[in-house]
Write a protein that binds this ligand. Sequence first.
Ligand code: ADP
Ligand code: NA
Length: 304
Amino acid sequence: MSAKIAVVGSINMDLVFSTPRMPLPGETLMGHQFHQIHGGKGANQAVAAARAGGSVALLACVGNDVNGHSSLQALQSEGIDCQYVRNVDGMATGVAAILLDDLGQNSIVLAIGANALVSPVDVDSAQQMLSKSQIMLCQLETPLESVRHAVELAVRSGVQVVLNPAPAQALDDVLLAQVNYLVLNETEASMLTDIRVIDVLSAAEAASALQRRGVPVVIVTLGGEGIWVADIGSAYSLPAFKVNVVDTTAAGDTFVGALSVALAEGQVLRQACLFAQAAAACAVTKLGAQTSIPNRSAIERQLQ
Ligand code: ADP
Ligand code: NA
């Protein structure tokens, strides 16, 4: 039996424009290239979990439009159960307009569209699926009240909760105390605490502060520096795999998706973190988001 993972999250279409520089207000600028890529943190993490070997169901909303249909098709082709993805008439699927300039900087406008309509009622409709999963994985691109409702349902059903609090926003201690694993990067750790997280030392401090607010396990991802793991009764850092870095897009999403599968399989935390870092290392060696997420055999090769 493969690991049962439920993802409650977002689906977006990423519209990526590469441009010599950022346009000024009122200016029309000739860009270089355009790519349309499936994205959204929920969808990316669902794909990461499915490719890592999980049996994945996604709870989300898309519009009844071309982007929504194409996103659903892509997710279904990964073997992800999309029966809990609601198709909303008269609403656009979430879209991210991403400008990438020649200096490698990016500017993003996100129109969350149908993602804003994931409701507590949607969560209730998926109650059976959610309560039968081993791990429920959430981010913050869907309304907080729905995330909160899903977390409460998971806790009542004995389902372990992994929360990736991205994009970062203030969270109360009631919610934090219901989360089993909080996985966040330096920016998010800085926003959730009063600590400026820039290295292993400050990550350790932030993780302890979050544990004091009720989260049993906190994992801070530090890009090429690896991770800080604050477990119950022990804490340690693990270095990142040394790889040829091409594009770090979706590294965090890949980490969280793969971690959830390893935990659902019953791997101990240190081993699950190793598996997740191997997956994320694979993702940074390739261009793009969903295009760079590795499958199980690639992760196992990286682990050897
Ligand atoms: P996010 O994408 O959320 O900002 P990070 O940049 O912290 O997340 O990356 C998540 C994980 O991806 C890291 O903990 C690490 O395991 C892996 N990773 C990221 N950058 C690199 C890198 N340059 N080399 C190897 N692994 C990396
Ligand atoms: Na990538």
